[in-house]
Design a protein around this ligand. Structure first.
Ligand code: SF4
Length: 154
């Protein structure tokens, strides 16, 4: 991290997800899932937990699980629907995915931020007379709000 890197370098940016899927296709961006979520994720995919494990996951440290890398290093839950990226486990995606791009690893490292600014078409500088809304993430949802799951596969 550079000494003069600002506390919140995305303060002057707005974010509206364009469903490019680029954030889910970055090699090395291993998705970590808590063990307690596995039964729900398996049921969501129409699988048994054993099937979820063998198809998608490997055991990680601390009792959690890491998503296997799909072709090119992408997340194995990344899919496509109507020509746009889709997440197979959208209601249960981890905080790492929910909080993108306002994540500590992006906000605290200028090299990561520069990379995100290159690959994410939804992140744009605000015009000076058009400040960003309080929370401009347009694709956020949770299992409690399934009607908002616009990334979810049918
Ligand atoms: S779990 Fe879903 S949102 Fe997270 S990286 Fe994988 S495809 Fe993307």
């Amino acid at each position: 991290m550079e000494d003069d890197f600002p506390e919140n370098p995305l303060q002057g940016f707005s974010f509206s997800c364009r469903r490019s899927g680029n954030c889910c296709a970055q090699p090395g961006g291993r998705v970590r899932l808590e063990a307690k979520l596995l039964p729900k994720i398996a049921a969501h995919l129409g699988l048994k937990v054993e099937g979820l494990l063998s198809l998608y996951l490997v055991q990680g440290p601390d009792g959690d699980f890491l998503a296997k890398e799909a072709q090119g290093g992408a997340c194995p839950f990344l899919a496509s629907k109507d020509g746009k990226a889709s997440c197979k486990i959208y209601p249960f995606r981890p905080e790492h995915c929910r909080s993108f791009p306002f994540r500590e690893d992006v906000l605290k490292d200028s090299r990561v931020l520069a990379s995100v600014l290159r690959f994410c078409p939804g992140l744009r500088p605000c015009a000076q007379d058009n400040p960003p809304p309080e929370d401009s993430r347009s694709q956020d949802s949770s299992p409690e709000n399934p009607e908002e799951n616009s990334w979810e596969l049918p």
